[in-house]
Design a protein around this ligand. Structure first.
Ligand SMILES: [Zn+2]
Length: 197
């Protein structure tokens, strides 16, 4: 199994050094999309599940880190995978919600427990499945716990190589600051000299 590849968050949020091949298949990107990456839930947050799913969800939301990538590339296979997953999970989500509503409308005081439970289960399964259709899930990218890296799990070798090449380039060509062309004093004199005559 290939090692995860990681890109500095500063690059990703500036749209710098992001390979133009997709992370999952290594094919040329045909969709360029803004993607929101999130950190995986901290291990200790699972200890709160016994207190209730809502507590867990709230703790997750409060402790997660989000990084907005203005550009990330997806190939045709990524796009069809996303469409198929949306359909496959969207159908149970909608049917489940429909069953729940039907059970409640038919007999609000005493809804049929079988309709109610099967509706709730299908709805939850569909909802959880729909989480795998996010762009970040298709890219298999997550923010590292320290918030410094976008970690791509099981990247295609072409994607990993492109990231490695960009990192290598940055290491061998450290940014060179242009020499100052004029001092602040000169700049100030220029501005004030012009406005004040
Ligand atoms: Zn792809």
């Amino acid at each position: 199994m290939p090692m995860p590849t990681q890109l500095p968050v500063t690059w990703v949020s500036a749209g710098h050094g992001v390979p133009t091949v997709c992370a999952r298949h290594g094919q040329p990107g045909t969709l360029r999309a803004r993607t929101e990456f999130e950190s995986a839930p901290a291990g200790w947050s699972y200890a709160f599940i016994p207190l209730g799913l809502l507590v867990f969800v709230l703790i997750r939301a409060a402790t997660r880190k989000r990084i907005d990538a203005p550009v990330w590339y997806y190939c045709d296979s990524c796009r069809s995978m996303r469409r198929i997953r949306r359909l496959a999970w969207g159908v149970p989500a909608v049917l489940g919600a429909g069953l729940l509503v039907y059970a409640l409308v038919e007999d609000p005081a005493n809804p049929d427990p079988w309709l109610f439970i099967s509706g709730a289960l299908a709805g939850i399964a569909g909802y959880v499945g729909l989480l795998t259709t996010s762009l970040a899930a298709i890219a298999r990218g997550r923010v590292s716990r320290d918030g410094q890296w976008i970690v791509v799990r099981r990247p295609d070798p072409a994607f990993a190589a492109a990231v490695e090449a960009a990192l290598d380039h940055a290491r061998s060509h450290p940014p060179v600051l242009p020499p100052p062309t004029r001092t602040h004093e000169q700049a100030a004199r220029e501005i004030f000299g012009r406005t004040m005559g």
